[in-house]
Design a protein around this ligand. Structure first.
Ligand SMILES: [Zn+2]
Ligand SMILES: [Zn+2]
Length: 243
């Protein structure tokens, strides 16, 4: 199965090792036609990209499109953090964003749960506890919180579902179908087992594979994700189209 778009890559702007241009060149070499630089959003205490850095990245992406636009489309993504109470980075004050950056600068929005955030409600504190193996969060509530946050902020894809904290698969999959949100099969952290992928598919979920590359060499490397999808028999539900 040939995947032509990678919506999940990181660069030196957060904790990736390569530049945006290096990611683009690697993507072209792999035959991709579309790549997103989806940096960690600003509420991530360690890797979040904030303020003028975001504006600089937007300018860099615009210039990469001018230079390589005949061969590949470069999108500006953002990997948002679930914070609790329906909030993600996009709910936070505009001080996080550069001036004049309000006009939908992002082409692709991802949302995931990450360590390294400050939880805004009790459920997300429990989720953090689960991430550090201290307690368990209610997986149905986690799934609903992800869906509610994604819906409120027009998120296109949930990154690495069930990584760090479990989400109830039937709840997540039914909601994702209803809201037209893709579940990522993440090639760097294959966070859903073949059984979970099969179950999610049975509730109508659709998937996108993402490399979650933190080095240019990993851009467009989908093997682990595609293996899991093949084991689950859900390859036909992978849609890496425009969303
Ligand atoms: Zn992530
Ligand atoms: Zn990521």
């Amino acid at each position: 199965m040939k995947i032509f778009a990678d919506y999940h890559t990181h660069t030196v702007y957060s904790h990736g090792k390569g530049t945006a241009e290096a990611n683009v060149l690697a993507a072209m070499e792999k035959g991709l036609r579309r790549i997103a630089v989806s940096e960690h959003a600003g509420a991530h205490l360690f890797y979040g990209v904030r303020g003028e850095k975001l504006a600089a990245l937007r300018r860099e992406i615009d210039s990469l499109n001018k230079r390589y636009g005949n061969e590949i489309e470069v999108l500006m993504g953002l990997e948002c953090n679930m914070l609790g109470g329906g909030k993600c980075d996009l709910s936070l004050p505009r001080t996080l964003w550069p001036k004049g950056f309000d006009a939908a600068p992002f082409d692709v929005l991802l949302l995931g749960f990450h360590k390294g955030i400050m939880p805004r409600d009790a459920l997300t504190w429990r989720a953090m506890g689960e991430a550090f193996h201290l307690c368990k969060a209610d997986p149905v509530k986690v799934a609903n919180a992800l869906l509610e946050t994604a819906d409120r902020h027009h998120i296109g894809m949930l990154s690495h579902p069930c990584e760090y904290v479990r989400a109830d698969i039937p709840t997540l999959a039914k909601g994702a179908k209803e809201l037209n949100i893709l579940l990522e099969i993440n090639a760097s952290h294959v966070s859903l087992t073949p059984e979970e992928l099969r179950e999610a598919a049975s509730f109508g979920a659709k998937f996108a594979v993402g490399s979650d590359a933190h080095t240019p060499e990993r851009v467009g490397c989908f093997d682990a994700a595609l293996d899991a999808a093949a084991k689950a028999g859900v390859e036909e539900r992978i849609t890496n189209g425009i969303f």
